[in-house]
Design a protein around this ligand. Structure first.
Ligand code: NI
Length: 182
């Protein structure tokens, strides 16, 4: 039942203190330990079938997350996006409007929530090569970015729900909303 914490694929679960910390800025992106952590996170998110993972979820309290979007059973409508490392992220601008859609989280197993997120955001971050990037993100990709950035600030999607009535079991979600299975 309890996985060893040093297992690289062991994902911190809701209630673990690391998920409630403000993660630290990355000082040296090109350092070996940082590059190894990024590579480990890329494997972990692929293995778990997620569309994103944040470093605190594998017990490293630093400001790094991976976005890795493609349609799968958990997210049938996800667009394609190659695994991308996002380091020291910031949101520079938010759209006026928010959209509610379903989210799950590797740290909140067996649940789905209908979460309001800004429809469009302008973001700045550093990539795995240490280059600064600025982008406008929309829709599902903007949603992943906001979900993962929350993890770096000690928040999960449950903290963003408008109502506890917007939280349902994953079994119910599959029965009511899933359109493809793979
Ligand atoms: Ni999550």
């Amino acid at each position: 039942m309890n996985q060893a914490k040093d297992n690289i694929y062991s994902i911190a679960q809701l209630g673990h203190a690391v998920l409630r910390l403000r993660a630290a800025e990355v000082e040296n992106i090109l350092a070996d330990d940082c590059q190894q952590l990024i590579n480990k996170m890329m494997l972990a998110v692929l293995e778990a079938g997620g569309v994103g993972i944040a470093a605190p979820q594998i017990h490293h309290s630093v400001r790094i997350f991976i976005m890795c979007s493609k349609p799968n059973a958990r997210y049938p409508d996800a667009p394609l996006m190659a695994p991308t490392a996002i380091i020291n992220p910031e949101i520079l601008h938010y759209s006026d409007d928010k959209v509610k859609d379903w989210e799950g989280c590797l740290s909140v197993p067996s649940m789905r929530g209908l979460v309001p997120r800004y429809r469009q955001i302008t973001v700045r971050y550093f990539d795995q090569q240490g280059k600064e990037q600025q982008k406008i993100l929309t829709g599902f990709i903007a949603r992943i970015f906001q979900h993962e950035l929350d993890h770096l600030n000690g928040l999960t999607f449950i903290d963003q729900l408008e109502s506890t009535k917007d939280l349902i079991s994953e079994v119910e979600w599959y029965q009511q909303f899933a359109t493809i299975q793979n």
